[in-house]
Write a new protein. Structure first.
Length: 435
C-alpha cells in the first residue's frame, strides 16, 4: 500500500470548458427564451431590468464553480493498493479488467502513472519514480503485457481545441446563413425570421454546429498506440481516422529528434529502420520532453520484447498456409481435442501462449495457437489470450484474438484479416526487394 496524488485530467478539462461555456450560453439562451416568450405575449421593448445582474452573476458563478470542480478532480495523499483483480484508490475500487492502458512518465522531481479506463476516463497517479514503475508492474500494464495508448495533448490543450473548433463550427453555420440570404427570397426569409420559432430553432442549430465542431476537433487530436508488435497512429486528417500500423519487423531503434529554438523546442519521435529509413510516429511541443521520453522508453521496451521472440519452432503445426479458414479452424479444434497426440507434440498451454504473445510470429500462427488454447475451455488460458490481444497494436490481430478469446470466432472476418495481413506482408517484401 502506498500514498499518492490522483488527478482526473478529463474532469479538470470539462470543468474549465464548463466555466467558459456556461456564462455564454446561459445568458444567450435566457435572451432567446425571453424574446420568444415576449413575442408570444405581445410584449415590446428591451430586456427586463433583471437581465443585466443575471448576466453578471452567471459570468461570476461559471468560473467559480469551474474552479471548485477543477480542484475536486485532484485528490492528494490517498491510499493506493493493487489487489489481485482490483485497483483500490482511496474509497474507489476499479476492476483491473477495466484498465485499458497505462504507462509511466518520469519527471525531474516525481513520476506519474498515466492510466486510461475502458470508458475513456483517465487517471494520473503522482508518486516517486520507483513506486510508479512498481505500480505499473503490479497492474501488469508493462510493454510485454498490454499495449499503451498515449494522448499527445494535455487537458488544457484539449479544452482549447474543443472550444476553438466549436467556435469555428458556429462561425461556419453563420456564414452559411449569410450565403443563404443571397439565394433565398427576401420575403420568405423575412417571414421566417418574424416567426416565434426562429430564435429557438436558430439557437439549436448554432449550438449543434458548435458541439459538432468541438467533437470533431477532439477526435482529430493525435494519439499513439504502442504494442509488442509495432506502433499504430491515426492517418492525417480531421475527425476519427483509420490508423496506420508500423510493424517492428525491420525497426532497429527509436530516437528523439529535437528541432526549433530554445523556447519553442519541439520533439519528434522516429522509428529508425535497419535499412536507414525513418518513420515519424509523434511530434510533441515545447515543455513535453518528459512525455516524449516516456513514449520512447515504452517503444524501446516493446521493441526489446519483439526482438526476443519465442515459440516460433511450432509454427508449422499451427499455420494456415493456403487452407480455407473453415478447414483450418476445424483442424485446430481437432488438434485441441486430440488428447495424448496433442500432448505428444509438446503443445502445452504455456508454449502455445508463448506463441500467442510472440510479436514476431505470423498472424495465422498466433491466431492458431489462440484457437487451440481457447478450444480447450480453460478460463485462465482464454484470459491470457485476451491479455495478448490487449498487448497488440495491430487492429487486425487484436480483433482476431478478441474473437477467439470470447469463443465467438467470426470466420469471415478472420479470413479477411488474414488475407489483408498477407497482402501487407507481400507489399512490404516487394518494397524491400526494390530498395
Amino acid at each position: 500500500m502506498s500514498r499518492v496524488d490522483v488527478t482526473r485530467p478529463r474532469s479538470r478539462a470539462r470543468a474549465v470548458l464548463a466555466g467558459i461555456l456556461f456564462p455564454i450560453f446561459a445568458t444567450f439562451l435566457t435572451a432567446v427564451i425571453g424574446k420568444t416568450v415576449g413575442t408570444l405575449l405581445g410584449m415590446t421593448g428591451g430586456p427586463p431590468a433583471w437581465f443585466g445582474p443575471f448576466a453578471v452573476a452567471t459570468f461570476v458563478a461559471g468560473p467559480l464553480f469551474a474552479a471548485i470542480a477543477h480542484r475536486r478532480a485532484t485528490k492528494k495523499n490517498v491510499e493506493l493498493e493493487v489487489e489481485a483483480d482490483t485497483l483500490v484508490i482511496g474509497d474507489r475500487r476499479i476492476p483491473r479488467s477495466k484498465i485499458a492502458s497505462g504507462f509511466v512518465v518520469h519527471n525531474i522531481t516525481h513520476a506519474s502513472v498515466e492510466l486510461e479506463l475502458d470508458d475513456g476516463e483517465q487517471l494520473s497517479i503522482k508518486t516517486d519514480s520507483v513506486e510508479a514503475d512498481a505500480i505499473l508492474d503490479r497492474l501488469e500494464l508493462g510493454a510485454k503485457k498490454r499495449r499503451a495508448r498515449v494522448q499527445l495533448t494535455n487537458a488544457a490543450e484539449r479544452v482549447m481545441v474543443a472550444f476553438g473548433t466549436g467556435v469555428i463550427g458556429m462561425i461556419a453555420i453563420i456564414m452559411l446563413f449569410g450565403l443563404a440570404t443571397t439565394i433565398v427570397p427576401k420575403a420568405l426569409l423575412a417571414a421566417a425570421m418574424a416567426s416565434i420559432f426562429w430564435a429557438p430553432i436558430s439557437t439549436v442549430v448554432v449550438g449543434a454546429a458548435a458541439v459538432a465542431g468541438g467533437v470533431t476537433g477532439l477526435r482529430s487530436l493525435p494519439e499513439i498506440e504502442i504494442g509488442i508488435d509495432g506502433v499504430s497512429i491515426p492517418k492525417p486528417g480531421i475527425g476519427k481516422r483509420p490508423r496506420e500500423f508500423t510493424s517492428f519487423d525491420d525497426v532497429d531503434r527509436v530516437e528523439i529528434v529535437s528541432f526549433g529554438t530554445y523556447r519553442l523546442k519541439a520533439s519528434r519521435i522516429e522509428l529508425v529502420h535497419k535499412g536507414g529509413g525513418r518513420t515519424p510516429v509523434a511530434t510533441l511541443g515545447a515543455g513535453k520532453e518528459a512525455q516524449a521520453q516516456a513514449i520512447v522508453d515504452r517503444i524501446q521496451a516493446a521493441l526489446k520484447v519483439f526482438q526476443q521472440g519465442g515459440g516460433a519452432e511450432l509454427s508449422a503445426m499451427l499455420e494456415r498456409g493456403s487452407t480455407p479458414v473453415a478447414t483450418w479452424l476445424e483442424s485446430l479444434r481437432a488438434l485441441a481435442r486430440s488428447g495424448g497426440g496433442y500432448r505428444a507434440t509438446a503443445l502445452e498451454d504455456d508454449r502455445l501462449l508463448e506463441i500467442v504473445s510472440d510479436p514476431k510470429a505470423p498472424l495465422d500462427v498466433r491466431v492458431g495457437a489462440a484457437v487451440v488454447v481457447s478450444e480447450r475451455g480453460d478460463k485462465d488460458g482464454r484470459e491470457r489470450v485476451r491479455v495478448a490481444a490487449e498487448a497488440a497494436a495491430s487492429p487486425r490481430l487484436r480483433i482476431a484474438l478478441d474473437g477467439v478469446a470470447g469463443g465467438s470466432t467470426d470466420e469471415a472476418a478472420l479470413a479477411e484479416a488474414l488475407e489483408a495481413e498477407a497482402e501487407a506482408e507481400s507489399a512490404t517484401a516487394e518494397s524491400e526487394a526494390r530498395s
